[in-house]
Design a protein around this ligand. Sequence first.
Ligand code: PLP
Length: 402
Amino acid sequence: MSHPLTNSATDVRAVELQHVLQIYRRFPVVFERGEGVRLFDDRGRAYLDFISGIGVASLGHAHPALARAVADQAATLIHTSNLYFHPLQGELAARLASLTGLERAFFCNSGAEAVEACLKFARRYWHTRGETGRTKFVAFTHAFHGRTMGALSVTWDDHYRAPFAPLIPGVTFADAARPDALDALVDGETAAIIVEPIQGEGGVRPISPALAQAIDAACRRTGTLLIADEVQSGSFRTGAFLASPGYGLTPDLVALGKALGAGVPIGCAMLSGPVAAAASPGDHGTTYGGNLLACRAALTFLDVLEGGLRDTIARTSAHLFAGLRALAARYPQKIAAVRGAGLIAGLDLTGDATPVVNAALERGLLVNRTSGTVVRLLPPYIVAPAEVDEAMHILGASLAGL
Ligand code: PLP
């Protein structure tokens, strides 16, 4: 496959170096095609994709039903804006409402935008109720919620925050490892607590039952709203549509993104009835949000999952975690912990994860490093047990070669 400007991997990289803002550290590989769990580079070499575009390509690559639906929608109508009705937004909202138990959907284009919307609608709720001083947020250590100003303000790592200060005021970070300390940080000025049921970028760290209980208790005591950021953990990543209920959380707002569009950009904030009732026309909005193409992709994703794929996730997950635990038993000096749920997994190493990630790439397996020491796996939901075995074999060889 060639392009008028770029006809070799060297050209691809040279043109980018000259004209693309240099804010990503890319691996030295150019992907041109995908099929199922595999990606193919410009030399035709196959890679097993266990990162799926950071949790996005949930149906793998070139999924026939998704490809058909997107092509059909593109040939019918892609975008009309939110000035007018179209037949797909309400249908998608209704299905998401029944999957989440939250009444209303606001559609946007990314995870960070979904988080922004949740933060704004939480403040709007208290403003509408006349509690205009109730504007603060409590987030957690190791939290990652995105890179727009609001989402960044509730993101923990100073490396992301410092160059962009000052961020929005009134954010407190509670120690996720100290559930007993949470209550003192939540009061009548707290608009919302925001939490990832499983921290993704923060190192694949599922919330502890004690922290979930403390969050629930603090929200009940003060009336504080709960925002669950399920951009990475949601959309069936753990087998259930949302991870929150499994951890004992009952959010008032949920941020969704990533896997929901299976590769077509879509974000969504789900709002409880009372929170939704506090919003008025003009409060928030976005040009692209919930356009026909994005909605059609998300509806197709839900069709495939509810058509049976979701029933396979628990079994595939058990196979994946058995494989990872076997690796941990084989390399106790190198693997400190195995964490995760469903099809999000982290191998926490005793040192930097970079050499393992690079060695895996050389052997034809795509995973990534997060939180310094963690090898993260986010395979597509269609991954087969034999492909999991293949990935474990490559990971084992990559660990052995350290
Ligand atoms: N929230 C969580 C939990 C995420 O993992 C991410 C992205 O990694 C985001 C928000 C931001 O999503 P996006 O990159 O689509 O803006």
